[in-house]
Design a protein around this ligand. Structure first.
Ligand SMILES: *Cc1c(COP(=O)(O)O)cnc(C)c1O
Length: 393
């Protein structure tokens, strides 16, 4: 089965070298040398002031809310992974949904203000699929209403806005380093902030509130990353340029072949994406189900990120429906994209979608791909773009 993603593992010998060093030192966790090294390298690579590693991205969100002393309610997006909302609820903060922008698929700043009331303390927005939010629009609203801003940046590793990491926006941004993410530490995450005092507080929260052996300052939790996880991160960070380049290459092909047939997410101005996902919006849910079934029949497993729209979650108090998010969530399918995705598989994905879209039942392989030689596409390094390849249609 070809899945929507495949965890990048880096070089095994390199990872085993780190494992040897862990065995030699006996230091497995609790701010070990590999976590310290990864933190420093990520701070440099991302271009952020403070980054605190955590053991997953959900706890990173929860700690962000705690560090900012949030209570009451927060305006958030209904079109995201469930953790964006569940983390709020888990921390006793009421998620209040505002609708998304139909083009960017991110929280729509112009929909936020109508949802603000005296209880509102924060805006929690997601850079969905690595597309930067309208961070300036959100900053203006937050300033006007004195709200905190937290970005769920789980998809935004190495995403830039106006030539800086988009993670520099808001009071806090969080990352997920789960195995399915573009950059990962098997399980892991991070909290980013420009505020040094806030960063110090976050470090305490991540380690039970322990200041030193004899002093505990406030309630904390265990959000520490371990050394084996950090070792994985160090290996993958070495290859990050290649990972991004291969994703870009795959995304460009999808865009070229599918862009005229399906709705694509519109990129935020002045931003650079990371192609951590390749979502398309089908004409309708029934078409989505047909396309998914056709792909499944070819051994390809695209995923419905994000369905259902989070304003339908059964454990929340009913709110007014977010119609744009609900409509979009029924139409979006994420296609396989990862370094080393065999090109002939990508061709199959494209052909199957075009066929299904055109209501055809015959394979169109030969007709549309006469020039594609699939030999060698299994190499872990994708070949350069085929200069001969033509647009379909
Ligand atoms: C993956 C993800 C998370 C959760 O991260 P974990 O590391 O799996 O806990 C949160 N928000 C979004 C948008 C995600 O995609």
């Amino acid at each position: 089965m070809i899945n929507v993603t495949k965890s990048y593992l880096g070089k095994k010998t390199k990872f085993l070298g780190y494992v040897d060093s862990i065995y030699a030192s006996g230091w497995l966790t609790n701010q070990g040398p590999l976590v310290a090294e990864l933190e420093e390298r990520l701070r440099d690579y991302l271009g952020v002031r403070n980054i605190i590693l955590t053991n997953n991205g959900t706890l990173a969100l929860q700690i962000a809310y705690r560090a900012l002393n949030l209570a009451g309610s927060a305006i958030t997006t209904p079109f995201s992974f469930v953790a964006t909302t569940s983390s709020l609820k888990w921390e006793g903060i009421r998620p209040i949904f505002a609708d998304i922008d139909e083009a960017s698929w991110n929280l729509d700043p112009s929909a936020i203000e109508a949802r603000i009331d005296t209880d509102t303390q924060a805006i929690v927005a997601t850079h969905v699929f690595g597309n930067a939010c309208d961070v300036e629009g959100i900053a203006q609203i937050a300033e006007r209403h004195r709200l905190k801003v937290i970005y769920d940046g789980a998809h935004a590793f190495s995403v830039r806005y106006k030539d800086r990491s988009v993670l520099n926006w808001g009071d806090i941004s969080t990352l997920s380093f789960h195995a399915t993410k573009l950059f990962h530490t098997i399980e892991g995450g991070a909290i980013v902030t420009n505020d040094d005092a806030l960063a110090a507080r976050i470090r305490l929260l991540c380690n039970f509130g322990i200041v030193d052996t004899d002093i505990i300052d406030g309630i904390g939790i265990n959000a520490k990353l371990n050394e084996f996880a950090a070792a994985m991160g160090l290996c993958i960070l070495d290859d990050i340029a290649l990972i991004l380049e291969q994703r870009e290459e795959i995304a460009r092909r999808y865009e070229t072949q599918l862009g005229d047939h399906f709705d694509l997410q519109q990129q935020q101005h002045h931003s650079q994406r990371n192609h951590s996902y390749f979502p398309i919006a089908l004409a309708s849910e029934s078409q989505l189900l047909r396309c998914r079934a056709a792909l499944n029949a070819q051994g390809i497993n695209p995923r419905r990120y994000f369905y259902p729209s989070l304003d339908t979650l059964g454990y929340l108090q009913p709110q007014s429906p977010q119609t744009r998010s609900r409509a979009l969530s029924r139409r979006v399918l994420c296609l396989p994209i990862y370094p080393g995705l065999p090109r002939h598989v990508q061709n199959t994905v494209i052909q199957t979608l075009l066929m299904e879209n055109a209501g055809r039942s015959e394979p169109i392989t030969e007709r549309f791909w006469p020039q594609v030689n699939t030999a060698g596409w299994m190499d872990d390094r994708l070949p350069l773009p085929d200069p001969e390849s033509k647009r379909i249609c």
